[in-house]
Design a protein around this ligand. Structure first.
Ligand code: ATP
Length: 227
């Protein structure tokens, strides 16, 4: 397994957010992390990246524990995170954003530009002057430029115009075809389920269901996803 999360419990100060989350992801797999608002998806991601380290349980990434490693070290081991709310460096240009964290590998400026041609057109523009959708593309492009072993996307299409969403989903499908391992959080089930190999559902900070997208029936949707 590329990523193996076992029974993690994570707190914000004295307030417990995760009460036992299990999740695994094999090399080349796309796993959807699902659940209603506030159920612990972002906290699970923050735990995996060691931004909010779990108090107990274990996380193995690439066969090694992430415990007691600062988040930047875990990132250097090949975790590419596109956090909720697309954080780009606003005063840097598109090009500077892409090259700032770049590491040698398959993903180059040229490949990112092929994936998102709009970024090529806006190469010398400051990131803060981009539209929300373009900033999201830049956030994905920047994560790819680190040549991650695992790409994590937290609500990458949230709040974007439909045409831009389509562009992002097209890119995600292309990355999957490319064989990239991806952990994905998104509310648009109609796009998410076809691209996912497996799904893990969280409820109240616990993983309560795992299986293939085809196994998610109306009962599971009603019970855990509120649709
Ligand atoms: P959403 O879809 O709304 O982003 P989520 O499934 O990602 O939800 P989390 O953001 O992980 O859920 O939140 C899980 C729980 O942790 C919630 O009860 C939330 O209120 C709490 N929580 C999240 N961030 C913090 C924080 N910084 N401090 C305290 N509690 C927090």
């Amino acid at each position: 397994m590329l990523l193996q999360v076992e029974d993690i419990k994570t707190f914000y100060g004295s307030s417990q957010a995760l009460f036992g989350v299990d999740l695994s992801l094999a090399e080349g797999e796309v796993v959807a992390l699902m659940g209603r608002n506030g159920m612990g998806k972002t906290t699970t991601i923050r735990s995996i990246c060691n931004l909010t380290p779990p108090k107990s349980g274990s996380i193995m990434f690439g066969g090694q524990p992430t415990a007691r490693q600062p988040a930047f070290k875990v990132a250097q081991r090949g975790l590419g995170l596109v956090p909720e709310g697309r954080r780009c460096f606003g005063s840097l240009t598109v090009y500077e954003n892409l090259t700032a964290a770049a590491r040698h590998g398959h993903w180059t400026i040229e490949r990112v530009n092929d994936l998102f041609p709009r970024l090529a057109e806006r190469r010398n523009q400051q990131a803060r002057t981009l539209s929300g959708g373009e900033q999201q593309m830049l956030a994905v492009g920047r994560a790819l430029m680190t040549n991650p072993r695992l790409l994590i996307l937290d609500e990458a299409t949230e709040g974007l115009a439909p045409v831009i969403r389509d562009d992002i989903w097209r890119a995600i499908r292309a990355l999957k075809t490319d064989g990239l391992s991806i952990l994905l959080v998104d509310k648009t089930l109609s796009e998410l389920l076809p691209v996912a190999d497996r799904c893990v559902i969280l409820e109240n900070g616990r993983s309560v269901w795992a299986g293939k997208p085809v196994e998610i029936d109306t009962d599971i949707k009603d019970r855990y996803l509120g649709v």
